[in-house]
Design a binder for this molecule. Sequence first.
Ligand SMILES: Cc1cc2nc3c(=O)[nH]c(=O)nc-3n(C[C@H](O)[C@H](O)[C@H](O)COP(=O)(O)OP(=O)(O)OC[C@H]3O[C@@H](n4cnc5c(N)ncnc54)[C@H](O)[C@@H]3O)c2cc1C
Ligand SMILES: NC(=O)c1ccc[n+]([C@@H]2O[C@H](COP(=O)([O-])OP(=O)(O)OC[C@H]3O[C@@H](n4cnc5c(N)ncnc54)[C@H](OP(=O)(O)O)[C@@H]3O)[C@@H](O)[C@H]2O)c1
Length: 451
Amino acid sequence: MRVAIIGSGPAGFYAAEALLKRSDTTIEVDVFDRLPTPYGLVRAGVAPDHQNIKAVTRVFDKTAARPNFRFLGNVCLGVDLTVEELRRHYHQIVYAVGNEGDRRLGIPGEGAPGCTPASVFVGWYNGHPDYRDVQIDLSVPRVAVVGNGNVAVDAARILLRTPAELAQTDIAAHALEALSASRVREVFLLGRRGPAQAAFTPTELKEMGELELADPLLDPQALADCPPLAALGTTPADKNLRLLYEFAARGPGSKEKKLHLRFLVSPTEIICDASGRTRALRLEKNRLEQRADGSVAARGTGETELLEVGLVLPAIGFAAERIAGVPYDEKALVIANEDGRVVDAQSRIRLPNEYVVGWARSGPQGLIGTHKGASARVVELMAADGVGLEARTLPEPEAVVSLLRDRGVQVVSFEDWKQLDEIETARGARRGAPRDKVVAVEAMLEALARR
Ligand SMILES: Cc1cc2nc3c(=O)[nH]c(=O)nc-3n(C[C@H](O)[C@H](O)[C@H](O)COP(=O)(O)OP(=O)(O)OC[C@H]3O[C@@H](n4cnc5c(N)ncnc54)[C@H](O)[C@@H]3O)c2cc1C
Ligand SMILES: NC(=O)c1ccc[n+]([C@@H]2O[C@H](COP(=O)([O-])OP(=O)(O)OC[C@H]3O[C@@H](n4cnc5c(N)ncnc54)[C@H](OP(=O)(O)O)[C@@H]3O)[C@@H](O)[C@H]2O)c1
């Protein structure tokens, strides 16, 4: 059997591992990625100051070392290769393309200079080639990060780290330079619901109280409607509240930078100055409303305030990008599927031999580890559905590579990536960092051509 996996993030790699471990039949797995580098958001999303999380790539490298594994980097499905061509060359296809689009606030002024989705900021500091030329204006003293998830916390923390802290990480050199010259002194983390509904996790929140040069600031009044300290248990939400009580009790602190934690506010408008740049955010105060299903929603009160900020980073979630020929669920903003089997978006009828894993299947929820079991379960469906498929004769395995080369695509193998890896780690050693990323695709390909 020959299987194509599109996307080399955690979901793609865990699917490859589960396929290559199957004992009922021999499977050859080709993992494609639009970038010359593997690992998806482990390389381009996970924060540079969380190197321990990035160590999961060693697990993926073991999968890549299996005999029937091939990496075909620098190949974008929908651009370099069509879905129809994939169908011709493989018995089964797994889409593992993640969520590379942003959800929008949908407010006036969104998109003005100085209002940048957090995913762009994250891609920029992590050296994702798509964002290397983005201009992030760090000459402003105040920044708002909209959202109360871990991505918002990552963005706020990177803004508040010292240059010395950042230099020891694999942050992109251009971002290290810009953040070292940053004039940002205050970051506002804005939650539309209350402290008890925040989506960030206690470990990430705790770090905000341990920054070298920044204090967390929280008005004790913000906790007035929360359960008292003595009533808190050990759930993540309770652990968050415990930390927030501690932050509120600290008072203003003496460090030069501040992280303001604000709850029950929603942005309603980005206000620009005469030159069209972001100058402020209009916020509406919210109250909480209990729904019949037990969930808690934010409702606007009509009362507004103006928050003067020169940069706004909405961190409110992601969406899968559309790929020509792959059914798209317009409501869930993912590849249309039933439990990982791709279906037609309208009729919901299954497309034979096509599957989806990871964020492209479920939307942007869940940690890296959750994909291990989830991808393996989809591989079980593939095994059940795929009996006898190998009887279909396919073109030779090299045919897809030749097709791409004939189109002028420089296909990057896993061995090529390992060479890039060596180049990056050697560059990083010069500044005492785990790596210094090559951030331009052309530079990566040139470095490989020079060998
Ligand atoms: C900013 C951020 C920080 C995070 N930090 C953590 C953390 O600290 N710990 C943790 O456990 N989880 C973290 N997560 C969550 C974790 O990264 C995700 O759960 C996981 O990466 C999703 O895996 P995936 O394989 O579905 O998608 P991705 O990791 O996004 O991988 C998708 C891959 O598909 C490729 N691709 C996309 N389109 C195409 C195409 N058309 N053709 C070919 N290739 C394509 C992309 O280049 C990419 O390599 C973080 C997420 C974000 C956004
Ligand atoms: N260090 C880590 O482990 C780490 C780091 C980064 C990401 N991740 C993981 O990656 C996943 C995605 O993270 P995420 O932060 O993007 O998503 P998330 O956890 O879903 O958080 C999204 C946040 O945006 C808010 N939001 C959504 N729409 C909004 C709107 N229109 N206006 C204002 N606020 C809005 C949500 O509020 P509501 O709750 O009110 O909807 C929520 O606070 C999560 O599973 C996360 O844990 C982990």
